[in-house]
Design a protein. Structure first.
Length: 303
């Protein structure tokens, strides 16, 4: 929900952050570049020009993952994401050549992934699109997906999975919620550079991953409901609910560049439970308002 200032761990990583994703995105106009910078402060900018509006946003993530070669089952358990592996299968299937793609859900679900381990990050940093004359009005954000059982040099006690605004179609822009959807960031990971397959003698062979696989970190998110046609008439906030099917949160895999900004959710339920605390309220509360009064920036972008 609310985003903390840099923790001791976050600050210590400033010296090692070297993977910089510079992204500019507005509706159908979008470009993405990935650069390995020699220092944390080195960055280049990608610009998208749409009319007279120039949009720039920077995403920074640590060069080295917080958890290297973590097993898929361990990710599912520690991040509490039962839909992660099915979403991975759908994602990998979508990157196969058209003639090799499975078309039936059963075939995709029963398929085997060509890897069992993934590198996992616990957070990344980014600066949303600047809408103001003064850069200081644009919040610099840290978005986290910290699993349970993580030993960090912080005061944080439990897992944390932040909520974000995701661009979902070409109608999405840098402001308003049209073409956007609220999601919860559950896993930040990167596909492996090498995969395994069965050889002719039924042995396991290792080979480079397909060239069309993304070479930058991705995110597994769980969705909230689509925005309604307008905000609540009493408080002016948009209303959302967690999306689930048969008790399993509905999710998907996206690029980090699809995340427009972070957001804060506040309970909208008429009845509050005394058991709700900051560590479990996003899991326990059935419905939320998207708090567009969180900051000057959110007030001008979430409506």
């Amino acid at each position: 929900m609310a985003h903390d200032e840099d923790t001791e761990e976050d600050k210590s990583e400033e010296d090692t952050t070297a993977l910089i994703l510079d992204v500019a995105k507005l509706g159908k106009k979008r470009q993405t570049q990935v650069k390995r910078a020699p220092t944390a402060n080195a960055a280049s900018k990608v610009e998208t020009q749409s009319g007279s509006e120039l949009l720039q946003t920077n995403i920074r993530i640590a060069k080295h993952p917080h958890e290297q070669r973590k097993s898929l089952n361990a990710i599912v358990n520690s991040h509490n994401v039962p839909g992660f592996i099915p979403a991975l299968k759908l994602y990998i299937n979508s990157h196969l050549p058209k003639e090799e793609q499975a078309t039936k859900k059963e075939a995709i679900a029963n398929g085997c992934l060509p890897f069992t381990l993934l590198d996992v990050w616990h957070h990344f940093k980014f600066t949303p699109v600047n809408l103001f004359d003064d850069d200081s009005d644009v919040p610099k954000e840290i978005v986290k997906a910290i699993p349970s059982g993580t030993n960090l040099r912080t005061s944080q006690s439990g897992p944390r999975y932040d909520t974000v605004i995701v661009l979902v179609n070409d109608e999405a822009e840098s402001t308003a919620v049209i073409g956007c959807r609220v999601a919860r960031l559950r896993v930040i990971f990167q596909l492996p550079e090498k995969v395994k397959r069965l050889g002719q003698g039924f042995g396991i062979l290792e080979e480079p991953a397909p060239s069309n696989w993304p070479r930058t970190p991705l995110a597994y998110i769980t969705w909230f409901s689509h925005f309604k046609s307008g905000p609540d008439s009493k408080n002016g906030m948009c209303h959302v609910k967690p999306s689930a099917l048969n008790g399993i949160p509905q999710g998907g895999i996206i690029s980090l560049s699809d995340i427009r900004q972070s957001c804060m959710l506040v309970p909208s339920s008429n009845e509050w439970s005394r058991s709700w605390i900051s560590d479990n309220i996003l899991d326990e509360c059935p419905s939320f308002f998207v708090n567009n009064f969180q900051s000057k920036y959110t007030y001008q972008t979430i409506y």
